[in-house]
Design a binder for this molecule. Structure first.
Ligand code: KG4
Ligand code: ZN
Length: 347
């Protein structure tokens, strides 16, 4: 049929989400509803996501989430063409909750089931928000991921490189924890950095000596901890200014690494010689204004168009899963009741 309407489910990390997206052939897809229940509060006292708690919360919230998404879209299950669900990668308990819920809905209503790779959901988001065509270069930066991809088709991604240890969001969160700032760390570190001197403390820029697109962020966290301990030993504690300067130095290191590696990824990508190169970002860290500014500049230098989706579609959501479902649905993809939840699933 010409118009495809899909319900998407997402529960692979610490957000329970459901959304309805509709697309009439060759027109821009439309988000009819998008509901996200976060779990920040649930995990706040533990300093990180507790998988057991997350899985239980997903299982408890999914039904309500689906009901709300349908209600906000003013649709019922019978108006849908298919159910799309994140089938991995992620915390297995959460992914399982989503897959079970989707299977139940699919069986009850006789709707096709489509398993979506969470990373593909992020990587296809610029098509949902800006309607861009393949191919494009994608930088995925979040609390769990960091990689450069060339998106050639809805199921065809070429990985140019990525982090060999931590994701940058993880580094922001750890930095916040080390300095006693609120979680999630990204926004609070960015806010502190605004009053800081990025040159007072110099942090490492790992792997810049290597020509590839791989990145590393775990050394940065160690360097920050060492610098903090040194200040504490010398002066007995951190002043407000020390904290701001540490945040600014840390953030500048992340900005410099991402800018330089994006330059390299772009150079590789340009060998494919697209006439109008496009670079897109997604993931929670893409919310960082300094990072966005630096990437915009790198793209301008190379004559590439830069696309950054709105914040709520950069972070985990189900609209991206429903939209990826539409693309997969149109290409004929269907999954059966034997579909599994996959903790690891490279693109
Ligand atoms: O994509 P996301 O919501 O979840 C996954 O990790 O999949 O990303 C969350 C991450 C957190 O680590 C958070 O600290 C980071 O994105 N983040 C930021 C900013 N806002 C969120 N990092 C840097 N600057 C920000 N403004
Ligand atoms: Zn994600």
């Amino acid at each position: 049929s010409q118009t495809v309407t899909i319900l998407g489910l997402e529960s692979s990390c610490d957000d329970t989400a459901a959304a309805v997206v509709r697309q009439t052939v060759s027109a821009r897809a439309e988000i009819l509803s998008s509901v996200v229940f976060g779990q920040t509060e649930l995990h706040s006292q533990f300093g990180g996501v507790v998988p057991e708690l997350a899985a239980r919360a997903h299982a408890e919230k999914l039904d309500q989430c689906v009901r709300l998404a349908l209600q906000n879209a003013a649709l019922s299950l019978t108006d849908l063409d298919a159910i799309a669900v994140t089938a991995g990668p992620g915390l297995i308990g959460g992914v399982l909750s989503g897959v079970m819920c989707a299977k139940g809905l699919s069986a009850a209503c006789g709707l096709p089931l489509i398993g979506i790779n969470h990373l593909a959901g992020h990587a296809l988001t610029p098509r949902l928000t800006d309607g861009i065509d393949f191919p494009y270069l994608m930088l995925l930066v979040s609390g769990g991921h960091c990689q450069y991809l060339i998106a050639r088709g809805s199921d065809e991604f070429v990985r140019l490189g990525g982090t060999i240890d931590d994701a940058p969001g993880e580094a922001f969160d750890k930095t916040a924890r080390l300095l006693g700032l609120a979680q999630p760390g990204g926004p609070s570190v960015q806010a502190e950095a605004r009053n800081g001197d990025p040159n007072r403390y110099r942090f490492p820029r790992p792997l810049l000596d290597r020509q590839d697109c791989n990145l590393s962020f775990s050394g940065l966290k160690t360097a920050l901890m060492r610098q903090r301990d040194q200040i504490v030993t010398q002066k007995g504690g951190l002043t407000r200014q020390d904290r701001a300067d540490l945040c600014a130095g840390f953030q500048q290191a992340v900005v410099d690494v991402l800018a330089e590696k994006t330059r390299r990824a772009l150079r590789l990508y340009l060998q494919e010689a697209p006439t109008r190169p496009t670079v897109a970002v997604a993931g929670g860290v893409a919310a960082n204004t300094e990072i966005r500014m630096a990437l915009r500049l790198v793209c301008a230098e190379a004559g590439a168009e830069f696309i950054a989706p709105p914040l709520d579609l950069c972070t985990d959501n189900a609209a991206m899963i429903a939209y990826a479902g539409i693309e997969r649905f149109r290409s004929g993809a269907r999954d059966g009741m034997d579909m599994t939840a996959r903790p690891r699933w490279p693109l």
